[in-house]
Design a protein around this ligand. Sequence first.
Ligand code: ARG
Length: 430
Amino acid sequence: MKLWSKGFEPDKMIEEFTVGADRELDLKLARYDVQGSMAHIRMLESIGLLTKDELEVLLKGLSEIAETIERGEFTIEPGVEDVHSQVEFLLTSKLGDVGKKIHSGRSRNDQVLVDLKLFMRDELRSVAKAVERLFECLQKQSERYKGVLMPGYTHLQVAMPSSFGLWFGAYAEALVDDMQMLAAAYKIANQNPLGSAAGYGSSFPLNRTMTTELLGFEALHYNVVAAQMARGKTERAAAMAIGAVASTLGHLAMDVCMWMCQNFGFVSFPDELTTGSSIMPHKKNPDVFEIMRGKCNRLQSVQNEIALLTANLPLGYNRDLQLLKDIIFPASTELIQCLDMAVFMLEHIRVKENIVDDPRYDYLFTVEEVNRLVLQGMPFREAYKKVGLEVQDGTYKPVREVKHTHEGSISNLCTKQIAEKFSKVAAQFE
Ligand code: ARG
């Protein structure tokens, strides 16, 4: 059963190879396919290609299909290629000839494009919501632990005093930039490709402004060829944003893994949030953060996969584009899982107090000492030398006191200002 059937059925092996995972993946597009069809037929009626009565019948038929989708009862039958075919077949078998009218001025090429735009828009919004949950958790923990100092490192060597307030807060603010990337990807997704048909438009006087409004898109992809080019570019922008969030989260996961190591011992978790070893009875491993780190590293390769899949394709639709779904669909789901897991874990994190009292961290405070001398009038380079020589001959005595007051430092985290930055970006998803 093919929309393009011309009296012969394709070979079974050809069918399986070309349909691939579509019957399963397309289920994610089903609700959007119906939305797109509803907008399309309203527009067809407005330009006289459907009567009012036909429109009513078709809208009712499509609503019934939408209900089966929401109930989780919609499937793509064996032998049917994709969601677009399934919806049209259902409509035609229910309503007869009027069902055969909905595809005027449309191709599956712009149909799948519009489905994907609507889908990506929702997915990016869900990712942004998950980022917001982690952002809020990080800000809360940053305020809660702002008085707990920890060593700051450069070159993985003891450097200067830091704090858990700074650490949690740093990842919160890093997420603001990642949200900008998500917002950009969202803006790219939020454009209407419907009406580009096979990629070169139609001789019907389609009203593309009308479908743009009906589907709540922010803008129209005007040029029909540009609209078709958006297949791949939309996914690529989303993958870049997903990769940006993943890189922040992967980095955080690495910190936690390292700090759970006994050599550091800065953080720990309740036993039931750790995992054990089959041979070493003492183990409480950070598997959650290792899996998170691995998943986040893999997620950063999604944009490369998309780049390679789409590199140098001929202009216009090519079936290769179908494979984008296999790559991008699992990515947002996986990222949201990682983000939510991070929230769950960080809500239960235990941080060690008084870490910096350990003599191994004495040198964290050398710059504090230099600055104290500068404030007493000694030129910086002389003060630097004096403290350097004390370290060298073993007479340096740390004063474990930290007075960092400028914006974004230990005692002035600017949590509120960072929250305001976040809200501004988050507002772009409304
Ligand atoms: N499953 C196809 C895809 O995802 C739908 C479009 C088919 N178009 C075509 N010309 N064969 O790209």
